[in-house]
Write a protein that binds this ligand. Structure first.
Ligand code: AMP
Ligand code: GLY
Length: 426
């Protein structure tokens, strides 16, 4: 089959790699892609916000499957447009994507289906006084969330009343634009976080290896929240008991509930878990693969990825196209630009990527890179590269990733040195 992959980050580079490795795949096209993806996939040269030209491209190039990486095109209804044209797409409808695009929707859905999560209340901008009172009566810390998509920046943990009121004013004051016209105020949950991906055809699901992200910018979970500075899989915090509870109390009711409510969920359901005493609760849902978790999770997945995703897209999940037994361990270290998640330089020369990528147990995924006029590789984003090591132990995978990290250099290269340490301690 021919596949069109939408997106151009580290997650998509990993998806492109495993899709083009799938025995069932002839050509992978990508839009917009990135310098790493160009080596394994064809550039489709289409504007991903133009649904009509995507459909035409699929018809002209006999695309059997479209895989959507990021959330924005899903929230914009790309899956609805493609489904309307009879093209199989791995990714949910705009309605089902509300699980990520509206935190209020996700919380109300969980309440309706008795899915374990933090206690909350939602307020729109006509209810500011009620929101103020609710916050004053709340215990601290309390968590404030802008309802809409805010690139991972719309969540603030407030340690006292004063801070919470000032954050509330900022959100309602337009700091996150329309995303902040509604605010979710919720209980702070203690515990350890993990990420779980479920692949669903709208009725049934399979779960991939649990992983752990590292959201804070600096070692020891210090500094501001980022899109994710590294990940590893499988994550031992998700024990068999936690996994069973997550399937039974969270994923199964989500898939069933979304179908019952007339918006079946087709695609990758990302469940952000908070785990305490072996009990998982939901921190957030995303409606797509996580980045950088995907780079680690796909490394340990034994599957024909294209067959798995195509079967889900067609509504006939082929559970035999993957093994539930992971292929060893993987550790992904993100190399970021100094200053990220704030402002940072772009266009800085990168060297050593080819040298780092020679080991068969190491893969360097591109995220924010671009070719300069002379063909040299330059930085082009906050998260630049996602260096992934594979091994039969987590220790080995981690060692390989960091050895490769050392071979890559660019001015302002910033990374965490403690990725996977939590997993090694267990
Ligand atoms: P989100 O964008 O919803 O994933 O939130 C970003 C991060 O904020 C999460 O990964 C958690 O670390 C933290 N967070 C969000 N909600 C809560 C909560 N209710 N209790 C504790 N931490 C939270
Ligand atoms: N790594 C977190 C996310 O993909 O949302």
């Amino acid at each position: 089959m021919n596949v069109l992959l939408i997106g151009g980050g580290g997650r998509e580079h990993a998806l492109a790699h495993y899709l083009s490795d799938s025995p069932s795949v002839r050509i992978v096209f990508c839009a917009p892609g990135n310098p790493g993806m160009e080596l394994i996939a064809e550039d489709a040269e289409i504007d991903i916000s133009d649904h009509k030209s995507i459909i035409e491209f699929c018809q002209e190039n006999e695309i059997h499957l479209v895989v959507v990486g990021p959330e924005a095109p899903l929230a914009a209804g790309i899956a609805d447009s493609l489904n309307g044209a009879g093209i199989a797409v791995f990714g949910p409808s705009a309605k089902a994507a509300q699980l990520e695009s509206s935190k209020g929707f996700a919380k109300d859905f969980m309440a309706r289906h008795k899915i374990p999560t933090a206690k909350y209340r939602t307020f729109d901008n006509t209810e500011i006084d009620a929101a103020r009172k609710y916050i004053s009566d709340h215990k601290f810390p309390v968590v404030l969330k802008a309802d809409g998509l805010a690139a991972g920046k719309g969540v603030v943990i407030c340690n006292n009343e004063e801070e919470a009121h000032s954050v509330l004013n900022e959100i309602f004051g337009g700091k996150f634009g329309d995303a902040g016209s509604t605010v979710v105020v919720e209980e702070f949950m203690k515990g350890e976080e993990a990420s779980l991906f479920a692949i669903s055809d709208g009725k049934e699901f399979v779960v991939l290896s649990p992983s752990q992200d590292h959201k804070a910018a600096f070692d020891g979970d210090k500094g501001p929240n980022t899109g994710g500075m590294g990940a590893y899989a499988p994550a031992p915090i998700v024990t068999d008991a936690v996994l069973a509870a997550a399937k039974e109390e969270i994923i199964e009711p989500v898939i069933r509930g979304m179908a019952e409510e007339g918006m079946p969920f087709v695609g990758c359901l990302y469940v952000g878990l908070m785990i305490k005493k072996n009990k998982p609760r939901v921190v957030e849902f995303n409606v797509r693969f996580g980045d950088p978790e995907t780079q680690a999770v796909l490394t340990v997945l034994r599957a024909d990825l294209a067959r798995l995703l195509a079967s889900a897209a067609r509504g006939e999940l082929d559970k035999r196209s993957m093994s539930t037994e992971p292929d060893g361990f993987a550790c992904t270290v993100v190399l970021a630009s100094e200053g990220y998640p704030g402002s940072y330089k772009k266009g800085v020369k990168i060297s050593g990527v080819v040298e780092a990528d020679v080991d068969k147990d190491v893969r360097v995924y591109h995220a924010g890179t671009v070719y300069g006029d002379d063909g040299e590789l330059l930085t082009n984003g906050g998260r630049v590269l996602a260096v992934t090591g594979h091994g039969w132990s987590l220790e080995k995978a981690r060692e390989r990733a960091y050895k490769a990290v050392d071979k890559i250099s660019f001015e302002g290269k910033m990374y965490r040195t403690d990725i996977a340490n939590k997993g090694l301690k267990k």
